[in-house]
Design a protein around this ligand. Structure first.
Ligand SMILES: [Fe+2]
Ligand SMILES: [Fe+2]
Length: 163
């Protein structure tokens, strides 16, 4: 079905993006659970969880338009955020701080991924996917901005609670 070598590579990148979004769904569910005592943080995480479920669905449709199926066997995000999540919580109960750092890294990985996909989509002439990725990119950037503004507050609250 594929006409060019570029298209094969591009569809592989879309599959990576699908696996990434799929992994983020589980991570955000866990982080919503951790944030139960902080309704504002939880509702923001939950809103991005809803967006993330939509991202996975949209990317799945992009893959299917190229005649292929997504797979979730890859752990794309693990190596990126592992350094942070590996030292999470323990006795210090600082998981909300660690989660925010992990989420911040993950959103920036997503931003890089979608910027690359937009370029790839245009290169193979898939303008519909380019447009979808631009919409998704905007939501990742909003989430990254929100985390950037809120990491100090999340940290201060943790310090005050454990003073
Ligand atoms: Fe996403
Ligand atoms: Fe995201």
């Amino acid at each position: 079905m594929h006409q060019t070598k570029h298209e094969d590579v591009f569809v592989d990148w879309l599959k990576d993006a699908y696996a990434m979004e799929h992994g983020q769904i589980q991570t955000l569910k866990n982080h919503c659970n951790d944030a139960k005592q902080h309704p504002e943080l939880e509702s923001h995480l939950r809103a991005h969880l809803g967006q993330t479920e939509r991202h996975a669905d949209l990317i799945k449709q992009c893959i299917e338009r190229h005649g292929e199926k997504p797979s979730v066997t890859k752990n794309v995000m693990g190596t990126v955020t592992g350094a942070v999540s590996g030292i999470a919580s323990g006795a210090s109960k600082d998981e909300l701080v660690k989660n925010a750092l992990q989420d911040y890294a993950a959103e920036h990985f997503e931003i890089g991924c979608y910027k690359s996909l937009i370029t790839g989509a245009r290169a193979v002439g898939d303008m519909e996917t380019a447009q979808v990725c631009e919409q998704i990119l905007h939501e990742e950037e909003e989430m990254a901005d929100w985390l950037e503004s809120n990491i100090p507050t999340i940290t201060s609250r943790h310090l005050a609670a454990h003073a």
